[in-house]
Design a protein around this ligand. Structure first.
Ligand code: HEC
Ligand SMILES: [Cu+2]
Length: 412
């Protein structure tokens, strides 16, 4: 009698467990349901398979538990002695096979839909870099880089960490809702992975390959993700933020992007900036783009990431060498070409900052027009008249290695 009650109690426990599992389905312990039809399909598939597994588990362990308890030796049961029962063997091969076939049908249907990125309304090319993302709107001709915006004071525990610590960026990806968006995903250096759980999208970004994914977002909102492939020491510092807007808001954003893009390239470059303006902007840009490797205080992480405080490049002459390294990077090292990521104003500000911050008190001021000149020299975009002027300005010809690099980076 006592045993029966115990059995009853354990069954009760089991059923309450099953109930709490279904309560967990909507909690943070389960997969997110997401905001795209694809993510809903994935979620439903996951739940279907989970319940099949739960039923199998309950049956198998139920029979096992029952047999162990009811047919135990102390009750006087004798173990059956048999070998090679053909029917038993057929049953335990065929039943799991049938279960697998049943599960393969919904799984294949979902996978098929996941891979069907035909007829998109728009296409965005996503490129992974150590450690940031680049978004190019192929139909609109706009592109930008998306960098971590968490301040270093939080990373270094000098300030309380905010709610979106390491999940915030300076330029989020902005997309419209209710449109089929195709993502073409690739990498500029090592393997990254673009992962936004709410979209049900997680795709490796492979150098030299283009992977495809797509999303149609149902709800306006801010969705966050991360790089999901271990890609170096700052793997955790390249989050993804996507803002989904209504078509009207998206069009307004697009218009603003296009007009802002124009102004940054013309008037600001011709203007003469003061050293205070350049230093202020330079610190901001340096912390965003360069400090991951060279550190906020310019001390770097030698021997791989050199210190810029006291560096012969950042304090020595010619200044053009310093500008060229920032424009073209150093081939074969983690020092990327920033020429297409940053405009002339940003590069001038960073160069000025590096030449005067920390202990580098060179007093040099690099103007945006100086950077524009370096670009012109490198691309051979000058006329003979300009060449003469540039020659008078004593600008050295670029060396061949940096030139090769800039062309292989596919400058715009
Ligand atoms: C992903 C890491 C990384 C980032 C980000 C980075 N650098 Fe570098 N940088 C390097 C590495 C590595 C070297 C050394 C390459 C070599 O071996 O010569 C280097 C070298 C340099 C040098 C030459 C220093 C010397 O004394 O030889 C300068 C100048 C420089 N970087 C400026 C910048 C600026 C400006 C930025 C931001 C716009 C930046 N770097 C961002 C990794 C990085
Ligand atoms: Cu990565």
């Amino acid at each position: 009698m006592r045993l029966k009650r115990k059995l009853f109690q354990s069954l009760l426990l089991l059923s309450s467990l099953v109930l709490s599992v279904s309560a967990l389905a909507k909690s943070s312990l389960n997969m997110p349901v997401g905001v795209t039809p694809m993510s809903h399909d994935i979620y439903d598939l996951h739940m279907t398979i989970l319940w099949i597994c739960v039923v199998i588990g309950v049956i198998v362990f139920g029979v096992m538990g029952y047999s162990l308890v009811m047919h135990r030796k102390s009750r006087g049961h004798q173990a059956a002695q048999f070998h090679e029962n053909t029917w038993v063997e057929i049953i335990w091969a065929v039943v799991p096979f049938l279960i697998l076939v049943v599960m393969a049908v919904p799984a294949t249907t979902v996978l098929y839909r996941m891979y069907d990125d035909s007829n998109p309304a728009m296409t965005i090319k996503i490129t992974g870099y150590q450690w940031k993302w680049e978004y190019q709107y192929l139909n609109e001709g706009i592109s930008f880089f998306s960098n971590l915006s968490t301040p270093y004071s939080e990373i270094n525990n000098k300030q309380k960490k905010n709610k979106w610590y390491l999940l915030e960026v300076d330029h989020p990806l902005v997309v419209p809702i209710h449109k089929k968006i195709r993502f073409l995903i690739t990498s500029n250096d090592v393997i990254h992975s673009w992962w936004v759980p709410a979209f049900g999208v997680k795709k490796d970004a492979l150098p030299g390959f283009i992977n495809e994914a797509w999303a149609r977002i149902n709800k306006p909102g801010i969705y966050r993700g991360q790089c999901a492939e271990l890609c170096g020491i700052h793997h955790g510092f390249m989050p993804i933020v996507v803002i989904a807007k209504t078509e009207k808001d998206y069009q307004a954003w697009l218009k603003k992007q296009k007009s802002e893009h124009k102004t940054a390239t013309t008037t600001d470059v011709e203007k003469k900036w003061t050293s205070e303006e350049l230093m202020k902007l330079g610190k901001q840009r340096y912390d965003t783009y360069c400090a991951v490797c060279h550190k906020v205080d310019g001390s770097g992480m030698p021997p791989t990431f050199p210190a810029l405080a006291g560096s012969s490049v950042a304090t020595g002459k010619p200044i053009s060498r310093h500008i060229d390294i920032i424009l073209d990077g150093i081939p074969g090292t983690a020092m990327q070409a920033f020429g297409k990521q940053l405009n002339d104003v940003d590069i001038a500000a960073i160069t000025t900052y590096e030449r005067n911050a920390w202990s580098n008190n060179t007093g040099d001021v690099v103007e945006p027009s100086d950077v524009a000149k370096r670009r012109a020299v490198q691309r051979h975009m000058y006329t003979s008249e300009e060449l003469k002027k540039l020659h008078n300005a004593k600008i050295t010809k670029p060396n061949t290695t940096t030139k090769k690099n800039s062309s292989s980076q596919g400058e715009k």
